[in-house]
Design a protein around this ligand. Structure first.
Ligand code: AMP
Length: 216
């Protein structure tokens, strides 16, 4: 079976962490639009500069730009062998756009996984979050600490914080999640693709639950 999944959930609910492990287990690529934007910003250029301003304020990059990078990824990869889209779609137009792109390719989504977490937990997780600048492994100061301060367990790389993981921006992202992304949740609920997972559970349990859900 080819799994074609989208991961939804408020900021810092664990989408990236779970998607990374699941991608290895299922052998399908992990596609994070947030990661793609951060990489584009590091490379620079005019489009990246525009995206950077939205990201730093905790706002969404406009739909046309976001659809463009997802369409490009699908065109280049074919998408047929499956994927985990992490952090996309976040607006109803993005969801409808994705439906259309996948319909054209005869590769409809298999599930939409929602990692459910309340606001205070999102803030607590967002504020302590760190990632390895080399291999991208995710950590948290108190919940998932590295063995050595500031150093990646997996590759020895340096750990970094995201510029948008401050309290003000996390709260802004939560607000936008409520205003825009909850409609996407409703869309997949109607299409009977939605699978809700309690993201407060330890990550091993979240992973195990998701693994079972996507295989049924
Ligand atoms: P993430 O890494 O998923 O938390 O995304 C970080 C930031 O990238 C978001 O706060 C947005 O500014 C931008 N971004 C990521 N995915 C999307 C999307 N699907 N639509 C619009 N903006 C996005």
């Amino acid at each position: 079976v080819n799994h074609r999944l989208v991961f939804l959930g408020p900021p810092a609910s664990g989408k990236g962490t779970v998607a990374a492990v699941l991608s290895r287990l299922l052998g399908v690529p992990h596609v994070s639009t947030g990661q793609m934007f951060r990489q584009a910003v590091q490379k620079g250029g005019p489009a990246a500069e525009a995206a950077r301003e939205f990201i730093e304020k905790g706002q969404l990059v406009p739909d046309p730009i976001t659809m463009q990078i997802v369409r490009q990824w699908l065109d280049e990869s074919g998408g047929g062998d499956g994927f985990i889209l992490d952090g996309f779609p976040r607006t109803l137009p993005q969801a409808l756009g994705l439906d259309r792109l996948l319909q054209e390719r005869n590769q409809p989504l298999t599930h939409a996984v929602l990692l459910d977490l309340d606001d205070e937990d999102c803030v607590a997780r967002g504020l302590g979050r760190m990632s390895c600048e080399k291999c991208g492994t995710l950590y948290h100061v108190t919940f998932v600490p590295p063995r050595r301060d500031g150093v990646c367990d997996a590759c020895g790389g340096r750990l970094q914080r995201r510029a948008d993981d401050n309290e003000r921006t996390v709260r802004e992202r939560l607000e936008i999640y409520r205003q825009q992304t909850l409609q996407v949740v409703g869309h997949y609920e109607k299409r009977r693709l939605l699978r809700r997972v309690d993201a407060r559970l330890p990550k091993e349990q979240v992973l195990e639950t998701v693994l079972k859900l996507v295989q049924t």
